[in-house]
Design a protein around this ligand. Sequence first.
Ligand code: CA
Length: 299
Amino acid sequence: MKRIGKESVIYTFSPKHKPVEKVVPGEYVLFETEDAFGGQVKGEETPPDKLDWSRVDGATGPVYIEGAEPGDTLVVDVLDIRLQERGAIAAIPGYGGLSHLSFSPKAKVVRVDHSFVYFNDLKIAVRPMIGTIGVAPEGDEIPTGYPGRHGGNMDVSELGIGTRLYLPVFVKGALLALGDLHAVQADGELCVSAVESPGEVLVRFDLMRGRRASWPILETEESFQVIAAGRSLEEAMREAAEEAVRALMRARKTTFEEAYMLGSLLVDLRINQVVDPLLGARAVVPKGIVCIEDFLTGH
Ligand code: CA
């Protein structure tokens, strides 16, 4: 097993980064990650509006996957996520889904164990997930705080243990990095942060050659989910929904109109987050009606 330490941190996804490790498909890889605040929120005394933003949203890596070529799909199996026993959350004026309202900056550090997050007198079930996971784009670097076709800061609540993520590969070796673990996050990530926890992620990679999707695809036990982003939720929704309808067309060997109608009956549109520089939505297609190949095309 290879271990990637959290000192190997990047703040952009870029084809120019030198990989910190080379791994082969099938190998176990453990990523150690700092929390999305860069460990700066120590407690209620931390003023969350005075953070050093250059240390926020880091991702551990990048890792070079042997054999990955542009046009391929990188398959990432999320085998385990282990969190440290603390998480930080902050409400920051000017940020979040309610950024138009006036409120005070507030930070909170909460205890996290295997089962629960302890928020004041509430026990909230832990649901560990990866906020940021992506590969290098082919052109200009993309800050790790952005979601996009390369993955990145997608903040999808369902991207947890036991799921499989399919990422389009744009550069040789893919150059994958990940971070921004959340102990629990609801769809939307309303206040701009979730329970941001340092921790470790165990993954295994695989490759599908010569075909890829236009956006990352998440596979859960029940569904395939197109994860898209845009300047508005509407734009993100359209990107995700179109990709889902195209997959239905391929799966059913049918017309756009037929697949569009089917989408209305079977495809759930969900919000990922409303707080990052680009907003995120996903289209959730039940398994049984499509398979992963229906999302992939040759380029
Ligand atoms: Ca995030």
